[in-house]
Write a protein that binds this ligand. Sequence first.
Ligand code: MGD
Ligand code: MGD
Ligand code: SF4
Ligand code: MO
Length: 809
Amino acid sequence: MTDRIRDVWGARTPFAAGQPWPERTDRWLTVAEDQVERWVPGVCPLCSTGCGVDVAVAGGRIAGVRGRAGDPVNRGRLGPKGLHGWQAVTSASRLTRPLVRTGGELAPTDWDTALGLVTARSRQVIDEHGPLAMAFHTSGRLSAEEYYAQAVIAHGGIGTPHLDGSARLTATAGSALAESFGCDGPPGSYRDLDLCDTLFLAGHDPADTQTVLWSRVLDRLRGPDRPRLVVADPRVTATAREADLHLAPRPGTDLALLNALLHEILEHGWADQAFVAAHTTGLDGLAATVAGYDPGTAAGICGVRAEDIRAAARILGTAERLVSTVCQGVYQAHQATAAAVQVNNLHLLRGMIGRPGATVFQMNGRSSDRNARETGAGGSLPGFRNWRNPAHVREVAEAWNVPELRIPHWGPATPAPEILRHCEDGSVRFLWVTAANPAVSLPELHRVRSVLGQERLFLVVSDAFRTETAELADVVLPAAVWGEKTGCFTGADRTVHLSEKAADPPGEARPDFDVLLEYARRLDLRDRDGGPLPGWESPEDAWRDFTALTRGRPCDQSALTYERLRATGGVRWPCTDAAPEGTERLYTDHVFPTRPGVCESYGHDLATGARREPAAYRAEDPGGRARLRAAHHLPPHEPVDGTYPFQLVTGRTAYHGQTRAWTGRVPELARAAPDVWVQLSAEDAGPLGVSDGDLVRVVSRRGEIEAPAVCDGVRRGVVFVPYHYGYWDQAEPGRHTRAANEATGTEWDPVSKQPLPANSAVRVERIASAATALAHGLADSDRQTDAPPPGTLTGDVRHAETARPETRS
Ligand SMILES: Nc1nc2c(c(=O)[nH]1)N[C@H]1C(S)=C(S)[C@@H](COP(=O)(O)OP(=O)(O)OC[C@H]3O[C@@H](n4cnc5c(=O)[nH]c(N)nc54)[C@H](O)[C@@H]3O)O[C@H]1N2
Ligand SMILES: Nc1nc2c(c(=O)[nH]1)N[C@H]1C(S)=C(S)[C@@H](COP(=O)(O)OP(=O)(O)OC[C@H]3O[C@@H](n4cnc5c(=O)[nH]c(N)nc54)[C@H](O)[C@@H]3O)O[C@H]1N2
Ligand code: SF4
Ligand SMILES: [Mo]
């Protein structure tokens, strides 16, 4: 059987540019293959790559998965989480009954009692405090249909703007695309990886976070016409080890680095002047801004060598087919959108968009981050409509058959961090958290716990497990999950999959979709004609309504029916009567959705987040051209000093997903990375007297983390902690020193409002030697790092900067 624990990316199947990526079917079954009763098509729910899977059913239960060989996303491959993660669904610790807090404890009850309480409290809060006292913290992994139900209920039924959630944690992706191209939506497809000659990965570690996508890249890198690879990451990740050129900037300095790259591209005449003149606006402003970022200046800010910046610029400037990806390393920074937009600018200056092998991915994280944004549950109106455009608001009101004024559109939907603040100050009294675990995933955890644990806040949590957040709830609702319900998921290259129900949920667990509809009925939400709102019976009804509402929008899915998805598997939107098979690439005509009547946003000042006024935007109508947007670098907000000399960054390992509610319950994955660790450079560890395995404490102004040290693989001045580990399974209950977010701070990017659990100033203290730590049971001898399995690396790569990062300041 396939081993994706020691062999994360599997055997190489090299291929050349333009060839199809060869198939390789990965499978993992807990029964013999001939005992499988049926295979149910679906999609892996564990990251935004969106790999197609067939789910094996035996004895009425899920008994394994195999990759779908014909799927355009993975061609049969699955990574460690995809192969093993499904076992959480069959875990004995699943919630099987609703829980209600009585006498301080969560006690089992029936659905009627639990939903009766939830509805009664909602009614009371709406009557006493108005709809704005109601809030919903949603997910990045519900189905499109479930988000859409939440959008209709919250925005169209109750009339509250407070609906947002985990998708906000990659909101910079959507914001950066909207700032440059007028609208969210990844312009290219994974197929562009098969065609490119150069790759640029900024703050993105797909070897750990999108392992199947990385297999595709590795197969190109091992193929006959290896693309050049430039990686920007302060750590020596498995991704960076493959690079031709690895830049390891100081965290939070990507904007300066990118400005310098653009400076070089303009300076050397590598811009495609005809493309820029015909299809963009804003060149003068961009040129004026980046003029101040010669490689020498940027080198001083970023702590990388000027010659390496020049070398990177030459690679990017002379590429003929460039694919870039951007993710959390850039997004979790104080100038997230401003920096992410510079990668779009790179593509616009070089005319590297809308043609085969040339595109930019502003990456997503989870399996349905995209759907949250498309359906209106993640900050915009459904179909990427612009809340400041009265015609767009009217279209939504007509589709929902509700008065326009009920849909909150006096401002944008409230970002998740602001919802938390409204809970903190008491203006929100009811919060329903669905499929998220903010008590581990949001920054500054002591604050999150105190806000969610307040007496005056009624907290409802829908989850499959008793998470750290569920422990704080007044009512816990047991959810059916992936494999137990049907709905659509859209991956990072617009591929939509229908994930079908394969087995019944355990006990009384129910699909969120059904629970939301019952809640709406009990609250008696109605449309203008007195009909029930929403008026659907099934997810398919919701999908039909939602896709109808996308008609004419850039994310048009009006011809994308369940029937089509069942017949063909994954389909990329737009999917219309004119393009019923879907669309591989956007903007092939180089016309962008920037016209005032079309665009999703009129844009923001990248430095302050100030919103552009509609009249000002209309006066400068980009008329279908993309917008080159510029900004100056500003220093991170919490500078290092003598007391807190290091920058804390956080991130991921291939073996765990987010807060481990699933992956921590899967033996293969839990064993592979059993506990938290702290990574620092050997140069920094030495003077602190810290060696590998020693127990250390990472202290910020807000909290601390204790874990064994790994003294390698990160640039000097930086400390890395994986953020997956919380408290449900810790050996010593009651201590709060395991989650990375104990130490992080409350801050956000001014444009996308994405929180940035990064770049906190910390110090590192040695607590005990490796031997003492072991003797006291403080650390496991077999703790693993995210170091890739032996034998998977090649030798002849260059690591500019990372071997000896400079510490210029
Ligand atoms: N195995 C696994 N895969 C996942 C997830 C998971 O939890 N586990 N989560 C999914 C989700 S929700 C998301 S959002 C994605 C995230 O996917 P990624 O963004 O790829 O993952 P991260 O590890 O958070 O961050 C990427 C890299 O940014 C680097 N970095 C930190 N600070 C900086 C900086 O200032 N500049 C630059 N250039 N780089 C920096 C880090 O060292 C890290 O290697 O992964 C998805 N895939
Ligand atoms: N320090 C630091 N913090 C971070 C990050 C970081 O890089 N560093 N990354 C951030 C990012 S990008 C993300 S996306 C967040 C993720 O943060 P969260 O979304 O808060 O955390 P998850 O662990 O993904 O929680 C998902 C929950 O949904 C439950 N669940 C799964 N399927 C279903 C379902 O169908 N229905 C219901 N009701 N429940 C379900 C799971 O059991 C699990 O408990 O973390 C963020 N926090
Ligand atoms: S790459 Fe992502 S979608 Fe694919 S198998 Fe791994 S976790 Fe699942
Ligand atoms: Mo994410």
